[in-house]
Design a protein around this ligand. Structure first.
Ligand code: FAD
Ligand code: NAP
Length: 314
């Protein structure tokens, strides 16, 4: 029986693991389906993690985190979790291969995934010219033109990153105001090879067997359609939370969620179910920042330790 099962190994899960093990829980496993680090490892640049100054990628930032946790006894299982359920005081963790682990407490840190914008050809050309990761795929378009869709921090930061590799970046946004931080907007506006295509939505990405050859965008004000002859389209239109592990066999949810599927927690990261905590991007009102996800993970672990001690007399 695990003292604590942590589902997800991004900043929230890793920090929960660090605090849970260092705080005295004996048998703590972090189930992460890929390599630990989470979605920030896809970011080409992070400049707002306190104490980390200078040019640093998300991958650089996260690289030492697993080693620090393992030192205190955290175990990592590279496993996809299908479902977390509760039977009496025991949580059941269903692995993708059908095996079940049991735990006294669970911290769910499954984060979020990039959303698709929903235009024609987006799914068909995904991975063949349509991407949601500039750090991963930007290099394929070195010396070429690309389009970026979105008006938030991710779209603008990744447009800046791509502007250093590509000859031109068309930044397509459906409004004329950006959601991104003012400083980032200023940097984009001052970058000569980023062309803003505002009040416009992508209509169709097209291509051939080799991949994408262009993107049609429609101006929402005058209805005009423009063809952008780009081989790469980067879509950054927000995220959906990964809450599937909380769905029960009968279709109900293990704990309370809000109407956007985010997990309802209190300031201790406690969910509506005793012994179950949620931390990071998948919780309600998440600021969606690495430092906040890490803080949530620490808060959840500290409270999970108290719960396990009190309930099971560890
Ligand atoms: P995630 O990082 O999403 O980690 C969740 C982990 O859970 C993943 O590793 C996933 O593989 C795993 N997982 C999911 N489901 C399962 C399952 N069923 N079984 C097992 N494992 C599972 N924040 C900043 O502070 N500054 C920035 O500059 C910044 N830039 C960003 C740039 C980009 C391109 C993106 C995408 C995000 C950026 N963010 C930034 C936001 C930041 O990355 C997130 O807020 C943060 O990573 C959230 O951490 P998390 O641990 O909650 O979730
Ligand atoms: P976001 O802030 O939700 O922005 C999504 C953008 O995509 C918005 O501009 C939205 O337009 C647009 N959009 C949504 N659906 C669309 C569609 N179907 N077609 C076309 N456009 C569409 O998402 P994000 O930029 O990924 O950021 C997510 C969170 O992470 C935010 O809280 C952000 O602050 C944070 N983050 C922070 C940093 C940083 O601190 N440096 C970096 C990256 C991300 P509208 O504006 O019209 O809604």
């Amino acid at each position: 029986m695990l003292d604590c099962a942590i589902i997800g190994g991004g900043p929230a899960g890793l920090t929960a693991g660090l605090y849970a093990t260092r705080g005295g829980l004996e048998n703590v496993v972090m189930f992460e389906k890929g390599l630990p680090g989470g979605q920030i490892t896809q970011s080409s640049e992070i400049e707002n993690y306190p104490g980390v100054v200078g040019d640093i990628t998300g991958m650089d930032l996260m690289q030492p985190w697993p080693e620090q946790c393992m030192k205190f006894g955290l175990k990592h299982e590279m496993v996809e979790v299908k479902r977390v359920s509760k039977d009496g005081d025991t949580f059941k963790i269903l692995r993708a291969n059908g095996d079940i682990d049991e735990a006294r407490s669970v911290i769910v840190c499954t984060g979020s995934v990039p959303r698709r914008a929903g235009f024609k050809g987006e799914d068909e050309f995904f991975g063949r010219g349509v991407s949601t990761c500039a750090t991963c795929d930007g290099f394929f378009y070195k010396g070429k033109e690309v389009a970026v869709i979105g008006g938030g921090d991710t779209a603008l930061e990744e447009a800046l990153y791509l502007s250093k590799i590509c000859t031109k970046v068309y930044l397509v946004h459906r409004r004329d105001k950006f959601r991104a931080a003012p400083n980032t907007v200023k940097r984009v506006e001052n970058t000569p090879n980023i062309e803003l295509i505002l009040n416009s939505v992508p209509q169709e990405v097209y291509g051939d067997t080799m991949g994408v050859t262009g993107l049609k965008v429609k101006n929402r004000e005058n209805g005009e359609t423009t063809d952008l002859p780009v081989p790469g389209v980067f879509v950054f239109v927000g995220n959906n939370v990964n809450n599937e592990v909380l769905k029960q066999e009968d279709g109900s949810w293990l704990c309370e969620l809000n109407d956007q599927g985010q997990v309802v927690v209190n300031l201790k990261m406690e969910t509506s179910v005793e012994g179950l905590y949620a931390a990071g991007d998948l919780r309600i009102d998440a600021p969606k920042q690495v430092v906040c996800a890490a803080g949530d993970g620490a808060t959840a672990a500290i409270n999970a330790i108290g719960y396990v001690d009190e309930k099971f007399g560890n």
